[in-house]
Design a protein around this ligand. Structure first.
Ligand code: HPA
Length: 270
């Protein structure tokens, strides 16, 4: 095992008395209040975890918080490094591999996304059923060995998706389902790019999640992912797109998103 990952697992074992949780929840824009729901929480800054990235985007805490939600143990990642920050897709590779080495078996990802489905309005939640790696970057570039040829069929675990849907239902929320197109950014898409994504069969577009899914599947973890729609995609709404607009809509929708996420975590059979 790589030494950065080994030393990260050592720090986690020193700071957290309990065995590793089975579930890690990666928080994207709008989802951060979920971390406040944790009980018996222990915080470990990413800066203390050698395999973790240092974060730069506003709204991302850069803290790993380990605790329980309704009695279920979880490790919550307060933000990710995005490929648009460096041009590389492997910003979360070390962190995800360290979590897997520690004993985490499921990566539950959250993000903010633009909706390309007129029926799926800002504030709606979408279970990702599949993705389009439009950026054609991989966190596995340069990876040796035949296990780099990762099977991506059912990368977003169908059984876990059903459990998530049932849990959201108990909160009075019905989750949309759809394909997430990864656009590397950091600029938003053009209306022509959005028309292309729609033709290709995607319902949501965003700048994250896909590289982390690839790393997690390579590490043998299961993946579940939920997108919070913060806007209609480029050319589909009157207002201009901006990070401030994304964050404002995310904040308004976040209470319900967090309630759904808590219910989902408590209903997963891992
Ligand atoms: N495009 C890309 N990323 C996003 C968007 C969007 O419209 N909304 C939130 N993240």
């Amino acid at each position: 095992m790589n030494t950065l990952i080994e030393s990260t697992v050592d720090v986690l074992r020193q700071r957290i008395a309990e065995p590793a949780p089975k579930i890690a929840v990666l928080l994207g824009s709008g989802w951060h209040p979920f971390a406040d729901q944790l009980q018996d929480a222990v915080d470990v800054p990413y800066a203390d975890l050698p395999a973790f990235p240092l974060l730069a985007v506003g709204g991302h805490s850069g803290v790993l918080r380990v605790g329980t939600v309704g009695g279920v143990a979880v490790a919550v990642l307060g933000g990710r490094q995005h490929a648009y920050e460096t041009g590389e897709a492997d910003g979360m590779k070390g962190a995800i591999r360290a979590l897997a080495a520690w004993g985490v078996t499921l990566l539950l990802q959250t993000n903010a996304a633009g909706s390309m489905d007129p029926e799926m309005r800002p504030g709606a939640l979408m279970l990702i059923t599949d993705h389009l790696n439009f950026s054609q970057r991989s966190p596995l570039f340069g990876e040796p060995g035949d296990d780099r040829f990762v099977d991506m069929v059912n990368a977003y675990d169908p059984a876990l998706r059903e459990q998530a849907r049932a849990a959201a239902h108990t909160q009075g929320t019905s989750l949309h389902s759809g394909v997430y197109a990864w656009f590397m950014g950091p600029q938003f898409e053009t209306p022509a790019e959005i028309r292309m994504f729609k033709l290709l069969g995607a319902q949501a577009v965003g700048m994250s999640t896909v590289p982390e899914t690839i790393v997690a599947r390579h590490a043998g973890m299961k993946v579940l992912a939920i997108s919070l729609m913060t806007n209609m995609a480029a050319g589909m709404q009157a207002e201009a797109l901006s990070h401030a607009h994304t964050m404002a809509t995310a904040a308004a929708a976040s209470q319900r998103a967090v309630a759904v996420l808590s219910a989902v975590v408590q209903n997963l059979k891992v």
